[in-house]
Design a protein around this ligand. Sequence first.
Ligand code: FMN
Length: 276
Amino acid sequence: MRPGEYRQTTVAVDSFDPNPNGLYNMNGNVSEWVWDYYGAYPTEEQTDPTGPDSGSLRVYRGGGWNDFAKNMRSAYRATLEQDKGNFNIGIRLVRSAAVGTGSVTAANTRTDGSSGGDVLIAYFSWGGNTAGIAEEIQAQTGADLFEIELVTPYSSDYNTVLDQAQRDQSEQARPELSTHVEDMAQYDTILLGYPNWWASIPMPIASFLEEYDFSGKTIIPFCSHGGGRFGQSLTAISKLAPDAVMGQALSIHYSGGAALSGDVAAWLEENRITAN
Ligand SMILES: Cc1cc2nc3c(=O)[nH]c(=O)nc-3n(C[C@H](O)[C@H](O)[C@H](O)COP(=O)(O)O)c2cc1C
């Protein structure tokens, strides 16, 4: 080989023993990109920490072939801008990862290829776009439709609601809801609709997710947005309903226009939701 030239070799996944959790190649070979954004470690005790909610640097761990031996351990972390790659960084493909969330739902993954059971369409909408999408979903599925409403509604003035929403988000408020699902136990799948507010969920969605037990249920988000698609909303939902399975989420630009019906149909099919 000439200086500076690297030879590509292939190493079978099971060339070395797995760790006690049955995982192969956690250290060495290439460093592993993980979903966490980089941030200072919190000082208090943590259980399964997932890093800060936002940032531009992602963490990689485990050490790669050109690292010092002392870095060949999972506790070692380094960072790189999330849109950059490097010859000593790789990704681990996880079959049951929930798309766009950083969550792995191995124990809960749907394997029978159908949504099963009853479907609820639950949505919050301020300006009507999400409501319109929810109604289109209802027309195509015949599923029950439920609007998440507030005891004290947000202002109908756009500039005021921008401030209110930002305040609620920074305070992590849980606005009191005036509508409640009578018997959540009957639903196995919840199609959860909301507008992208400040690159995340409106806080009434947090109130809703904390009100019920979603363990074993499938939550499939649909999000109306003005260009920011899901923002951090999928991460927020998976943190608030950690025991639910996340389906393939749908993002719709504002009301979805003429493409809405086809987009909804394709999304329902992708998630194997059939008419009730
Ligand atoms: C308070 C507020 C914050 C918003 N923040 C975002 C945002 O961060 N990114 C984005 O793409 N759109 C944002 N939008 C636009 C909405 O997501 C978009 O207009 C959506 O279609 C509204 O749905 P709705 O009519 O069901 O309320 C925001 C709108 C409001 C009122």
